[in-house]
Design a protein around this ligand. Structure first.
Ligand SMILES: [Zn+2]
Ligand SMILES: [Zn+2]
Length: 277
């Protein structure tokens, strides 16, 4: 199947830390981080398996009925808000499907971590007994290239580490940089180098600048810092993501209004948002 775009970024989970299924949050969405990148040739790449992955899995089964699925996950890191949807990702339960998990860790370590959240007594089905073929790949510092997509991982400033990704296909560039705290000069420079000229930058805007003052060292950044990165790296469109659980729709609309005064092409990540390139 060929799509009418080079890449399309789809948001299934936009919340940081923990799901927030409360009425005041449902405009932007309560599920934790999960993004789907659709490529021109129909390939599916997923960034993180937060609780948004449940709905993505159901959507894939609906969109490709009766077909074998080949899905690649790019894992930024393994905090709960990035993995809790994986046990509910329906394509993992069919032997026809092939799911590959890429991360900065050695393959056996990635497998161990994902098995860990599905052991007795946390979950009734063991990860190693899932029906789909599973594969684990370590992303190196060198770009992972095939003819559909180039993936370049880079380190972010986050407790226990996290990976950012620069994703390029047919000249379209998407950069994902959540979870990240600004302030480390080396990593801030690496981020800007990797974000250079991106069509889309998805950035960790968990806190306001005022909130950040009491959240130093928590591993997250602000909408204002997002704008600094976007300007420095000449990013075309900025997406503010990884929303704090305490930020209601009204709060985020207020953040957006402030951000738009400083950067024209900025949006707030929202469940259901699709950005074709
Ligand atoms: Zn997170
Ligand atoms: Zn994290």
């Amino acid at each position: 199947m060929n799509n009418p775009f080079r890449m399309e970024l789809n948001f299934w989970g936009v919340r940081g830390s923990i799901p927030t299924p409360a009425p005041e949050n449902l405009g932007y969405g309560g599920n934790t981080t999960c993004l789907e990148l659709r490529l021109a040739d129909g390939s599916i790449v997923v960034i993180d398996g937060g609780t948004g992955a449940r709905k993505l899995g159901l959507s894939l089964l609906q969109r490709f009925p009766g077909q074998s699925l080949d899905v690649s996950f790019l894992m930024t890191h393994f905090h709960w808000d990035h993995i809790q949807g994986i046990p509910f990702f329906a394509p993992l339960y069919s032997p026809a499907n092939h799911v590959t998990f890429h991360s900065s860790k050695p393959p056996e370590e990635t497998a161990d971590i994902l098995e860990g959240q599905m052991t007795n007594p946390y979950f009734p089905v063991r990860f190693d007994l899932l029906a789909a073929k599973r594969e684990f790949v370590q992303i190196s510092d060198r770009p992972l290239e095939d003819n559909r997509l180039s993936v370049h991982a880079f380190p972010l400033n986050h407790p226990q580490g996290a990976s950012g990704f620069r994703l390029e296909s047919q000249g379209a560039v998407v950069v994902h940089a959540c979870d990240h705290e600004h302030g480390d000069p080396t990593l801030d420079r690496v981020l800007r180098e990797n974000a250079e000229g991106a069509d889309i930058l998805v950035y960790d805007a968990q806190f306001t600048p005022e909130e950040y003052e009491s959240k130093r060292g928590w591993g997250h950044s602000t909408w204002l810092e997002a704008i600094h990165v976007a300007r420095d790296a000449k990013v075309k469109q900025l997406v503010l993501a990884h929303h704090d659980p305490s930020h209601s729709d009204e709060f985020l609309r207020n953040v957006l209004a402030q951000a738009r005064e400083k950067f024209d092409n900025v949006v707030i990540a929202q469940e259901g948002l699709a950005i074709p390139l």
